[in-house]
Design a protein around this ligand. Structure first.
Ligand code: FE2
Length: 233
């Protein structure tokens, strides 16, 4: 419930004026259970142009993300997972099926990814900047490390900024649809910023130039969301 409220809050706070045609189509996709919801996008498919093209966004959201959610719900149906928060499921994901791990991760990770992007320019809040300076030396040094993780990750997966249980900020990357909340990955923590480096996230526009997609990502990061996640962690 809290996540859904947060998504709505972020969407409202962003004050995005959606392009009605496409946004209406998106809104009709919002379905789920009391615990698990397929979220609305907080912006229109073409809102992140020119950095992420509308066709990629539409396919990514309405096919890939929706597919992960639908498959997760189908496998969770009739089990206590339907009423269990994703964070709790991930904490013992090693005890779950491959389907729950892959589709639950895909459902959750994409929600984080949509939330941490915005068509509106946001400045880095001072508290977040201080944390980045303290942990990485500077914001530029953080971007360099995060960008390197995203550009060099081999195969499909994600790069992350996380805060670990000791309050330390770290950059990490995960395979497939794994994430840093899962008990099967080597570096655990709460996700603050996520970038999808599966080819479906960028290939239509960037083809083999993943580095250009990663460099352009900085134009659309929602730093207010990253800061909010840090304050809640
Ligand atoms: Fe994806």
């Amino acid at each position: 419930m809290e996540r859904r409220k947060f998504i709505q809050t972020v969407g409202t706070a962003a004050a995005v004026t959606p392009i009605l045609g496409s946004f209406s189509a998106i809104a009709s996709n919002s379905v789920g259970s009391s615990e698990h919801t397929f979220p609305e996008l907080p912006y229109a498919y073409d809102a992140l142009e020119p950095y992420i093209d509308a066709q990629t966004m539409e396919l990514h959201y309405s096919k890939h993300h929706k597919g992960y959610f639908t498959k997760f719900m189908a496998e969770a149906e009739g089990t206590d997972l339907m009423d269990t928060p994703m964070e709790k499921i991930f904490a013992s994901i090693s005890k779950q099926s491959v389907g729950i791990r892959n589709n639950g991760g895909g459902y959750y990770n994409h929600t984080l990814y949509w939330e941490n992007m915005t068509p509106k320019h946001t400045a880095i809040p001072s508290k977040l900047k201080e944390a980045l300076d303290k942990n990485f030396g500077s914001v530029d040094a953080f971007k360099e490390q995060f960008g390197k993780a995203a550009k060099t990750h081999f195969g499909s997966g994600w790069a992350w900024l996380i805060v670990d249980k000791n309050g330390k900020l770290q950059v990490t990357d995960t395979l497939n649809q794994d994430n840093p909340l899962m008990d099967v990955v080597s570096v655990n923590g709460t996700p603050l910023l996520a970038i999808d480096v599966w080819e479906h996230a960028y290939y239509l526009k960037y083809q083999n130039k993943r580095a250009d997609y990663v460099d352009n990502f900085w134009n659309i990061v929602n730093w207010d969301v990253v800061n909010h996640r840090l304050s809640k962690a």
